[in-house]
Structure formats: C-alpha cells, structure tokens
Design a binder for this molecule. Sequence first.
Ligand code: PMV
Length: 314
Amino acid sequence: MAEGEGRGVGKVILLGEHAVVHGVPALAVGIDRGADARATLLEGDGPSELAIGDWSARADDGTELGQAFAALLSATQTEKRVRVAARTDLLPSAGLGCSAALGVAITRSLLALRGIDEGPASVASRALAWEAIFHGNPSGIDTAIAARGGCLFYQRREGAPLVEGVTIGAKLTLAIGYTGIPASTRTMVEAVARLREQKPEMVQKAFSGIEALVRNARLALEAGDVVGLGRLLDFGQMLLSGLLVSTEEIETLCRLAREAGALGAKLTGGGGGGCVLALVEGSAEPVIEAWAREGFEGFAATIEPESARQKEAR
Ligand code: PMV
C-alpha cells in the first residue's frame, strides 16, 4: 500500500516573538519533541480524512481543522483521496509550535506519498496554508523551525523570508515550564496589533529594543556566552510585559526560575499563558523542581552545538 511519512519539530522562541510578525528578526531553536504523520491512499469516493490522536476531521466538514487540512491538500496538490494519521508529544496552545510541527509533518507525509522529498524552505512555505487557518497572520517562524530544526535567525520579508542557521558555540540547557493555561496565539497577535494602532510610538520602541536583543543574542549564541544570553532573555521578558502579553503565572514561573539559579527566563511564543523558558547552567532540575513545588509542570530541553549544526545543514 502506498504511504508517506513526515515529521516536524517543536520549538521555543528564544527572543523576538510578536515583533517578528511585524518584520523584526527573531531567534528560535528546535527541541526534541514534535509531530509525526503518516498518509495513506483511500479507496472509493468521499473526502480525505485526518486524525490527530482522537481529534478528527474531513476535508469538507467546514471545521477549523477540516479547513486547515483542506488547505494543505491544496498546497501539496494532493488530488487523490487520502487518510492522514498524525500524533504529537507537544502541548497544544502552549507556545511550543504544536500546530506548525503538525502542519509540517502532514505536509511532508502528503509529499512523500507522491514520492516528493522537498527542502525545508518549500515545506515550510506550503505548511503556512495550515498555520494561516489557525493563526490568522503567522510570521512563518514556526513553520520555518518546524521544517528545519537547529537554531534559526528568522526575518519576515516581502516574498521569501530571511532564514539563517545559527551556529551555537556552547550547549544550551533550557527548563521549559507550563503555566497550565492554554492561550490562543491568534488572540495575542491581534492584541499586539491593536496596541500598535493605539500606541504606535511605545510599541515601536519595544520592537527596536527587541531587535537589539535578538542581534546581541545571536552574537552571544555564536560565542557560547550563556551568561550574556541569560541577561538578554530577562530584558526580553521586560519588553514583552510592556506589550501586555505576560500574565501573573508567567511572571511567577520566571521569578521561581531565577530564584532557583536560572541565568534568565521569559515567556516563549504568544504569551497570555502557555510556556516559559529558563536558561540554566548545568542541570535544569533545580528549576523544574521549584516549579513542581508550586504546582507547575516542566521539562528539560538541551540543544547541542553539533546537533544544531547538523540539523541546520539538512
Ligand atoms: O505559535 P506560538 O504561540 O509559538 O507563537 C509564535 C510567535 C508569534 O510571534 C507570537 C506569532 C508568529 O506568527 O510569529
């Protein structure tokens, strides 16, 4: 039986979320969690089908999931009737790129079913059709990192985005903590756009500050300066709070992480809930334990310089 498989990786945004929607560069790293999909041909007539765990849709059912699936079938020029089964170990609506990892995995499985193996840039661009249904105005950073992994410097531009692999000079150890509150990226992105209309100067100043942090963080990453990177993450959190995308739970997770010895901590992704990342030197356990004592779930992610380079070369 003809079948195609595909994978997309989860991510955290180190710096630049929200500003990246408006053309400011951002830095993201892939993590060891993600999504897998398998596409098979279906006999007979009827719509194509998608199942993600126990969440399912048909391409013609008019649901958000059904519409996103239909958009991917069209973006991959899949004309035959198919069934795609996908799964993910990423928390949904948490800023870890769950929907982009699924979109990339499904895109790759549909292309593989037709014997096509494309590079990350075109896979990411096809998968944007899926993200646009869920997110409204995606910058494209989530699908870029989901398709490529490693560490990326990303800037939205007219035509094609600027996507550059960043060579990391030292291993990064992150503790990733969940506020327990799912948040809609679309709602948060719309809130920042409204704030930008109401207070253009204030938001522009925040975006300029974020851009400076992103450019300095790239240098710190390349130099393996994790202490410097930690400070930049803390500044990033301050600027995101100023854009009103932080919450009490996010601030609590950041404070607990810093008290437990983290070099820096900030929200990652859309905010309004979702996840916080903390950069640590040595083990992530003290931070994860401090969160657990207050009832917050967390896990560790490490990014090896070598793995970042290899993935980037794909
Ligand atoms: O999908 P999330 O929650 O990881 O957020 C992605 C980052 C944003 O900058 C908030 C949105 C975007 O499209 O870049």
